[in-house]
Design a protein around this ligand. Structure first.
Ligand code: IDP
Length: 134
């Protein structure tokens, strides 16, 4: 069974839409097998986003993602990586399709509510980082 790492980023928690996001994941038929509310330290955030280390927005992304509690989840299901990214919508919420999480709830590219692993390879790396005992 394929697994993916999902984050409800600090903007999603702040706006009180944890339940909304969880509900969409469950309605789709995906299964939440681990879930934790936590505030990331800078080191974990930098490791999580290491592929973006050279991007101009890296510093502000790390500041944003460590700026308040987030919800980390391991989500399981057939083609769960692709299935969750379809629920999330495009990275830029302005162009994300209505009906997707980002399309329905956000307007700004950084504060785009959720993260979902972009491949099964990234998923295993990210799950190890957030849930080393799983
Ligand atoms: P993804 O989250 O849809 O996989 P990525 O390109 O991997 O998108 O970017 C990771 C995260 O970095 C995005 O979800 C968003 O929060 C942030 N981000 C992406 N592009 C920009 C940008 O141009 N400015 C600020 N933040 C960005």
């Amino acid at each position: 069974m394929e697994r993916t790492l999902v984050l409800i980023k600090p903007d999603g928690v702040r706006r009180g839409i944890i339940g909304e996001v969880v509900s969409r994941i469950e309605r789709k038929g995906l299964k939440i097998v681990a879930m934790e509310l936590r505030t990331l330290d800078a080191e974990t955030a930098k490791t999580h986003y290491e592929e973006h280390a050279e991007r101009p927005f890296f510093g502000s992304l790390v500041e944003f993602i460590t700026g308040g509690p987030l919800v980390a989840m391991v989500v399981e299901g057939d083609r769960s990586v692709e299935a969750f990214r379809a629920l999330a919508g495009a990275t830029d919420p302005v162009t994300a399709a209505p009906g997707t999480i980002r399309g329905d709830f956000a307007l700004e590219v950084q504060q785009n509510i959720v993260h979902g692993s972009d491949s099964t390879y990234s998923a295993e790396r990210e799950i190890k980082l957030f849930f080393p005992d799983l």
